[in-house]
Write a protein that binds this ligand. Structure first.
Ligand code: ZN
Length: 258
C-alpha cells in the first residue's frame, strides 16, 4: 500500500477485509508470526472493578499489547469494598496496586475513573467523566462489560462505556465481554471469538496478581472453565468470547490481532 492510511480508513479497511497484510485480527488460529502493524491501534477495556478486565478479556489484551498496540485498562472503581476487614481506603490502595501489577503483566496502562465499588452509577456526569478519558485516548476499539449481569456495578460500567463511546468521533468498535458466566453475566451469546491458547497462562498470571481476590480459586471455578468452553465452541484449546455491537462488521474476529 503506497499511501499511508488515515486512522479511520485504516480501521475501516482492516475491518472490511479482515485481511492481514495490514492487520486483521482474524478469527481464530491466528498467525503467530509477527507482521509489523501499519499503525498501533488504541485498545481500551472498561471494567467495573480490578480483576474484571483481567477476567473478561485479558487474553485478548495481552495479544494486542504483544503486537505493539496500545492497551489501556480503565477501572471504573478501585474495588474499595472488596476486601473484608479493610477500610475502603485500605482496600482501594491494595487493589489499585494489584491492578497495576496485572496491567504490567498484560502490557497495559491502568487508569482509574473515580467511581466507588458497590455504588457505581450510570449517570450523565459519570458518562461525561468516562467520555473525557476515552476522548483523550481516541480508542479504535473498546471492550466493555455485558450489560445483563447480576452485579449492578457491572451494569453501570457497561452502560457508561456504551454511552461514552456513542459520543466519540469517530465511534470506536464496541465489544462486550463476559465475566463469570453462569453466576454473573446472563444471556451472553457471543458472536466473536479470539484464540487465547498461547497466552492463557499469562492471563492466569494477570488474575493471580489480584492476590486479595483469591485469583487461584476464581480461575479454577470460572475462568479456566470458560476459556475451555469458549475454546470448544471456537475449535481451539482456549478462547475468549465477545458480543460485537457494531452492525457493519460481519466478519468474525477482531482487528489487529494476529
Ligand atoms: Zn466486578
Amino acid at each position: 500500500m503506497s499511501k499511508p492510511l488515515s486512522r479511520r480508513s485504516f480501521v475501516k479497511h482492516t475491518l472490511a477485509t479482515g485481511i492481514p497484510g495490514t492487520l486483521a485480527l482474524g478469527t481464530l488460529g491466528l498467525n503467530a508470526a509477527a507482521e509489523p502493524a501499519a499503525r498501533p491501534l488504541q485498545v481500551v477495556c472498561v471494567g467495573a472493578h480490578p480483576d474484571d478486565p483481567e477476567s473478561g478479556c485479558s487474553g485478548t489484551l495481552i495479544r494486542y499489547a504483544a503486537q505493539g498496540h496500545a492497551v489501556t485498562v480503565v477501572y471504573l472503581t478501585r474495588g474499595e469494598r472488596g476486601i473484608p476487614g479493610k477500610t475502603n481506603d485500605e482496600a482501594a490502595q491494595i487493589r489499585s496496586q494489584e491492578a497495576a501489577a496485572a496491567c504490567r503483566i498484560i502490557g497495559a496502562q491502568a487508569v482509574f475513573a473515580g467511581q466507588i465499588d458497590g455504588a457505581a452509577e450510570f449517570t450523565r456526569p459519570n458518562v461525561e467523566k468516562l467520555g473525557k478519558i476515552l476522548a483523550e485516548i481516541q480508542p479504535d476499539l473498546v471492550f466493555a462489560h455485558w450489560p445483563i449481569d447480576t452485579h449492578m456495578d457491572h451494569q453501570a460500567a457497561s452502560l457508561c462505556a456504551h454511552r461514552a463511546c456513542q459520543a466519540l468521533t469517530p465511534k470506536p468498535r464496541l465489544y462486550f465481554f463476559e465475566v463469570n458466566t453462569g453466576s454473573q453475566s446472563q444471556g451472553f451469546t457471543p458472536n466473536t471469538y479470539v484464540d487465547i491458547t498461547a497466552v492463557v497462562d499469562k492471563k492466569k498470571l494477570a488474575l493471580l496478581a489480584h492476590v486479595s481476590q483469591d485469583g487461584e480459586g476464581i480461575w479454577k471455578q470460572h475462568h479456566e472453565v470458560i476459556a475451555d468452553f469458549r475454546g470448544r465452541e471456537a475449535g481451539v484449546k482456549a478462547a475468549e468470547a465477545f458480543v460485537r455491537l457494531n452492525r457493519e462488521v460481519q466478519a468474525a474476529g477482531l482487528p489487529g490481532v494476529r
